[in-house]
Design a protein around this ligand. Structure first.
Ligand SMILES: Cc1ncc(C[n+]2csc(CCOP(=O)(O)OP(=O)(O)O)c2C)c(N)n1
Ligand code: SF4
Length: 276
């Protein structure tokens, strides 16, 4: 790959210091390492600051509507399984309006990488509380403090059935690069929550720098309960939490096709007789 690698000619319009820069860097490096051809890559996003990320990389890009990155990504993958499909977006995009898609895409285990830039607010619309907003967060939409229980995206992903779940932090770019690379080569759906501070409306860099810890080396990534405990912990653990092997959506669809072929017209006839 030539100098500049996968980065496009567009300059990010993010605020200086925004956590999204580290997510962009990690994804660009993972693409430069795994070396798909840019024309074989589709980056899909909804709407938000994090959702601008695909514009800064060389590939096909789908800038869809707010919350719909995952169904569009799944559509692209089903239409052309040979593509490397990557979805990106904020926690509002993926967990509020897009929450339903999050659940149903994960549990099908398609070969898609999903990078969620989680800043706990709606950055693009000027800092309202998002689904991951910390309890008590004072924002434009929660002037007396948020009274809701925050969603933990990594814990949710482990519970719902993702086969690769990791949490990175923009303030730990070395680890984030490794996480995104591992996610890229995982077989099946890989979910990476990036703790990505919005320096303009909710700057969590200082507290995350103080509290975030890397997942202990002895953690068994195949142990779902252990992964869930780490994800749920008061300490924001970063690293690969969960990583298992399971049939992908396409493998399952292929096995269905084989079964349908074997069954042949008998089954169809049998079925028709039932309705006769
Ligand atoms: C259907 C629809 N509803 C609402 C909006 C307004 N809107 C644009 S971005 C956004 C939220 C952005 O927050 P998030 O997805 O967390 O990304 P961030 O900007 O924080 O990266 C909202 C509510 C929209 N564009 N479309
Ligand atoms: S508003 Fe927040 S999330 Fe959006 S670019 Fe600025 S710092 Fe980043």
């Amino acid at each position: 790959m030539a100098e500049g690698g996968f980065r496009s000619e567009l300059k990010p319009v993010w605020c200086e210091g925004c956590g999204n820069f580290a997510a962009l860097d990690a994804l660009a490096k993972a693409l430069e390492t795994t070396k798909p051809r840019p024309q074989d890559v589709v980056l899909v996003a909804g709407i938000g600051c994090g959702s601008r990320l695909p514009g800064y990389l060389k590939s096909f890009r789908l800038h869809t509507v707010h919350g719909r990155a995952l169904p569009a990504a799944l559509g692209a993958k089903v239409a052309n399984p040979a593509l490397t499909v990557i979805a990106v977006g904020g926690d509002g995009d993926g967990l509020a309006i897009g929450g339903n898609h999050f659940l149903h895409t994960l549990k099908r285990n398609p070969q898609i990488l999903y990078l969620m830039t989680d800043n706990g607010v709606y950055g693009m619309t000027r800092g309202q509380a998002s689904p991951t907003a910390a309890p008590g967060l004072v924002s434009k939409s929660t002037p007396y403090g948020s009274i809701e229980t925050p969603v933990d995206p990594a814990a949710l992903a482990i519970t719902v059935g993702a086969t690769f779940v990791a949490r990175g932090f923009s303030g730990n770019p070395r680890q984030l690069r490794q996480i995104v690379l591992n996610a890229m080569i995982h077989k099946g759906f890989s979910f990476v929550q990036v703790l990505s501070p919005c320096v303009t409306f909710h700057n969590t860099y200082p507290e995350l720098k103080q509290n975030a810890k890397e997942v202990p080396a002895e953690h068994d990534k195949k142990d779902r309960l252990a992964a869930l405990k780490l994800a749920w912990s008061e300490t924001p653990y970063t690293g690969v939490l969960y990583d298992i092997e399971a049939p992908t959506l396409h493998e399952l669809l292929d096995s269905l096709a084989v079964k349908a072929k074997k069954a042949g017209p008998d089954t169809v006839e049998g079925l028709l007789q039932e309705f006769a």
